[in-house]
Write a protein that binds this ligand. Structure first.
Ligand code: HEC
Ligand code: HEC
Ligand code: HEC
Ligand code: HEC
Ligand code: HEC
Ligand code: HEC
Ligand code: HEC
Length: 666
């Protein structure tokens, strides 16, 4: 689910010289998931697969759900009614499960901002506004491009700035029927600036691809999870079927495509937990989120780390796979042979779920019968136990009603899901049908554990702790753990740099980069944009006014990811501070073509023009920046400019800025 992928880092950069006082300009940068340590040179040590399926290699490619429909219309017609089939849509009225009648604007108290959704000419918009008395002093409206979430639990909303995909700050929670801020935004409202990247989309729709050089520009973005996410790429299969190569699949496998029931139980679970297990997903060196194909070992592509809690009572929304695998039923049924699957012995997700049919259309008896299939008089003899239910309620009883209670989650407000941890203690009712309360409060976090991998290496754990701190939860516990793994001989240079970056140890980064590594290690990181960026940032902070090295590395970061607006914003900001105005303006204008609503870029341009004393043009750009973000640093320059030309305007801006700006900047 969504909250997990975001984390904001504030980067303090020396302020433009003419602002009053000695303040810092606070710019924001999104952290990318999965970029660190990924230099493309190393390959995984684990063999991704040992399966005979022929669509696991490069010769097979994705063709989309429409291509399967013709021959498998039965599967298709029910699948498109499932949550997975409807997971992602264009923003059209028929796909929205939200209620637009009498919506009251949602108020974000922390930021004094209101949000309001509305349709106009069959387009969906989200409005952000701010009031002073009855005056609207800020008003931003963005057109919604996509709706994510079938509405089984929520509808969240995306918008596009140029080709860049972002989340919009309003979600509809269908189970309670209410609008509210998206998960995580009540704590930190990122407004319209949360990037939607490949990690997020690779769990929520058909296999996407990104444009090189940007994390939130998609070349291909299918609408809805499709057949090939569980069956693997279909081109080879279709080629063979249309040319008449047909097998009797009752007797033998068709290896042109993966039928999950032919996979060993563990690989079968790996398909589902590719998506139904959302933690800190740490990629193996050289791997991408789009590399996993059904039939592969998930831990050859990435390892999923979850916080280890004392008591382990709370869980995340997309965590069914972990909860299920904690169950004694799962452990007891899947002992021993990892290489086989026997539907009569093994216990996996598909023992209960037919993924082509929605749970909403699935009779509860199907679930209950699965339990009874193992927990019956016969099996009792073979050491499985029957539930000691009161005889009276036993016949009519619903096993899952008690043993898979609905529950709220640790990460997503206003939703409830079914806890898949089946146990004696985790029941909704006691045997006498009296309600039982279960404690799902988050326990004390004592570290991280790998869910889908037995013995992760220390260097990977090091990576996991550093990235967990950066992406999810800025508690020192994680960096302390990382510190104890820092000197592991296999710890990656890029992760060490990231570690120091998070501690703001700029001198340590420079020391490590200049004296603490080999030329070969440095070369391997030339196209690792984040490492280049972090090095630039360290030079920028440690050696003020000697920005040559900072500029050099900012430029390398931009070369590695040309359409990453955060990098261009940082680079051009540094150019402006270095007085290289023409170069800065050229780059900013180029970047604005791709992303016309970047507050940072408009601010940089305004800042540059102000320094060139082109006050009229500067005001224009700075006002755009302010209209995009009422807390833009542009406000501080505008106050300065207006104090000479329009004192009333300056005063009004100052009054407002006092509420949010660092007092030292005013
Ligand atoms: C590791 C895979 C994974 C990642 C990454 C992930 N999600 Fe999810 N998300 C899921 C799964 C699985 C569910 C469904 C859980 C359920 O139905 O209980 C879900 C549920 C949701 C839902 C609710 C859907 C509904 O109506 O039931 C929304 C909205 C959502 N995620 C948005 C996002 C966004 C936005 C991001 C990225 C910023 C994201 N998710 C990242 C796996 C993921
Ligand atoms: C031209 C018709 C055709 C198209 C298009 C087609 N299939 Fe099939 N598919 C078949 C036939 C016929 C069989 C059963 C005989 C066989 O597998 O040779 C089959 C079997 C399968 C099986 C079972 C294989 C096994 O070993 O049990 C799966 C899974 C499958 N198809 C998935 C897909 C998916 C996913 C797509 C779209 C990417 C797709 N098919 C497109 C005709 C087609
Ligand atoms: C979420 C995972 C998932 C998705 C998505 C999915 N399937 Fe399946 N599919 C399975 C599993 C698991 C099985 C094996 C079920 C079993 O036999 O118990 C299966 C079996 C099949 C089979 C062979 C068995 C049979 O009953 O004929 C075909 C054909 C098939 N799927 C086609 C499709 C098509 C077409 C789509 C898209 C419209 C699709 N599947 C989407 C998981 C999925
Ligand atoms: C590509 C990622 C992905 C894979 C692979 C995947 N799921 Fe899902 N699944 C999701 C997401 C995301 C949702 C929530 C979609 C929504 O409601 O918007 C979901 C929803 C579901 C639901 C509830 C929706 C409904 O209507 O029934 C079930 C059940 C489910 N998945 C089971 C499975 C099983 C079983 C497997 C493995 C065979 C599997 N999924 C594989 C991502 C995935
Ligand atoms: C594939 C077979 C299988 C299925 C299906 C199955 N179980 Fe189990 N279950 C087991 C095994 C094996 C054990 C462990 C027995 C042991 O260790 O003595 C077990 C143990 C349990 C326990 C005791 C766990 C504990 O905390 O000690 C409960 C409760 C339970 N099952 C309930 C259920 C319910 C409810 C369902 C359906 C939702 C279900 N089981 C489905 C095989 C199964
Ligand atoms: C013992 C049967 C059983 C098994 C095994 C099982 N589920 Fe479920 N699952 C259920 C039941 C029961 C529901 C609730 C259905 C309803 O809404 O009535 C459910 C619901 C779901 C949902 C919808 C969200 C929610 O929690 O209400 C998702 C997603 C899901 N399961 C995923 C999985 C995945 C992934 C696996 C394997 C890791 C799995 N399930 C294994 C019984 C099972
Ligand atoms: C009214 C709620 C309720 C219902 C309905 C229910 N159970 Fe239970 N079940 C419990 C409780 C509570 C326990 C724990 C009893 C204890 O602590 O010894 C339990 C224990 C169990 C055990 C472990 C028995 C042991 O001694 O190890 C199994 C297996 C089990 N249930 C299976 C089932 C199955 C199968 C069904 C459906 C036929 C079912 N339960 C229906 C509440 C329920």
């Amino acid at each position: 689910m969504e909250i997990a992928v975001w984390r904001l880092i504030k980067i303090l950069i020396l302020k433009p010289k003419y602002l009053i006082g000695s303040a810092f300009l606070v710019l924001t940068i999104w952290t990318l998931s999965g970029i660190w340590g990924c230099n493309g040179l190393l390959s995984s040590t684990t063999n991704p697969t040992d399966q005979p399926f022929r669509n696991l290699g490069d010769s097979a490619h994705y063709v989309g759900i429409a291509a399967c429909k013709g021959c498998h219309s039965d599967k298709h017609s029910t699948f498109i009614e499932t949550g997975m089939g409807q997971s992602f849509h264009k923003a059209e009225r028929k796909y929205s499960k939200a209620d637009f009648n009498n919506v009251k604007p949602i108020y974000d108290k922390k930021n004094d901002l209101y949000y309001y959704p509305f349709w106009k000419n069959e387009h969906l918009y989200i409005q952000e506004f701010k009031l002073r008395g009855t005056d609207t002093v800020h008003n931003r409206i963005e057109k919604i491009s996509h709706i994510i979430g079938s509405g089984q639990h929520t509808n969240s909303h995306f918008w596009m700035d140029g080709q860049h995909l972002y989340q919009a700050p309003l979600t509809f929670y269908t189970q309670k029927g209410i609008w509210d801020l998206p998960p995580g935004y009540e704590e930190f409202n990122t407004r319209f600036n949360r990037k939607i990247d490949i990690e997020c989309m690779s769990c929520h729709t058909g296999m996407p691809t990104t444009e090189m050089g940007a994390d939130n520009i998609f070349k291909k973005l299918p609408l809805g999870i499709d057949c090939e996410r569980c069956h693997g790429p279909g081109s080879l299969h279709i080629k063979e079927k249309t040319s008449g190569i047909i097998y009797n699949t009752n007797k033998q496998a068709d290896y042109s495509i993966v039928n999950p029931k032919r996979l060993p139980w563990k690989l079968q679970v790996d398909i589902c937990q590719r998506c139904h297990l959302q933690g800190n997903n740490v990629l193996k060196p050289g791997k991408k989120f789009t590399d996993f194909r059904p039939g592969m070992h998930l831990d050859s592509i990435f390892t999923v780390y979850m916080p280890t809690q004392k008591g382990n009572t709370s869980f995340v929304m997309a965590g069914h796979a972990e909860r299920f695998q904690m169950s004694a039923c799962f452990k007891g049924s899947n002992k021993g042979d990892l290489t086989k699957y026997n539907a009569n012995i093994n216990f996996t997700c598909i023992s209960c779920h037919n993924p082509h049919v929605s749970v909403k259309k699935t009779n509860q008896e199907i679930f209950n019968n699965t339990c009874k299939g193992c927990h019956n008089a016969e099996s009792r003899k073979s050491k499985l136990h029957d539930c000691r239910l009161p005889a009276a309620s036993r016949g009519a009883s619903t096993c899952v009603g008690c043993h898979m209670p609905s529950s709220d989650t640790r990460d997503i407000p206003h939703v409830s899901i079914h806890d898949h941890y089946i146990s004696k203690s985790n029941t909704k009712f006691k045997l006498d049908n009296q309600p039982k309360s279960i404690n799902h409060k988050p326990g004390e976090i004592i570290g991280l554990h790998a869910v889908n991998s037995k013995n992760p290496s220390n260097s990977e754990l090091f990576n996991a702790y550093v990235s967990y701190f950066e992406k999810f939860d800025p508690k020192m516990l994680y960096l302390d753990k990382a510190k104890s793994l820092y000197s592991d001989p296999k710890a990656e240079l890029s992760v060490k740099i990231q570690y120091h970056y998070n501690l703001r140890e700029h001198a340590a980064i420079i020391e490590l980069w200049e004296n603490g590594c080999t030329e070969e290690q440095r070369m391997a990181l030339v196209s690792d944009a984040w490492t280049q960026y972090r090095i630039a940032n360290a030079y920028d902070r440690v050696i003020p006014n000697q920005s040559q090295k900072a500029l050099l590395y900012y430029e390398k970061a931009c070369e590695a990811m040309p359409w990453n607006t955060d990098f261009s914003a940082e680079f051009t900001n540094a150019l402006v501070r270095a007085g290289r105005y023409d170069q800065a303006k050229g780059l900013i204008k180029e970047a604005l073509k791709h992303q016309p609503k970047s507050e940072q870029l408009h601010f940089n341009l305004g800042n540059c023009l102000a320094r060139e004393n082109r006050i009229g043009d500067a005001i224009k750009e700075l006002e755009i920046a302010r209209s995009l973000d009422p807390k833009s640093q542009a406000v501080l320059i505008l106050i300065d400019i207006y104090s000479k030309t329009a004192p009333n305007k300056a005063k009004a801006l100052l009054e407002d800025a006092k509420k949010w700006a660092n007092p030292r900047t005013l």
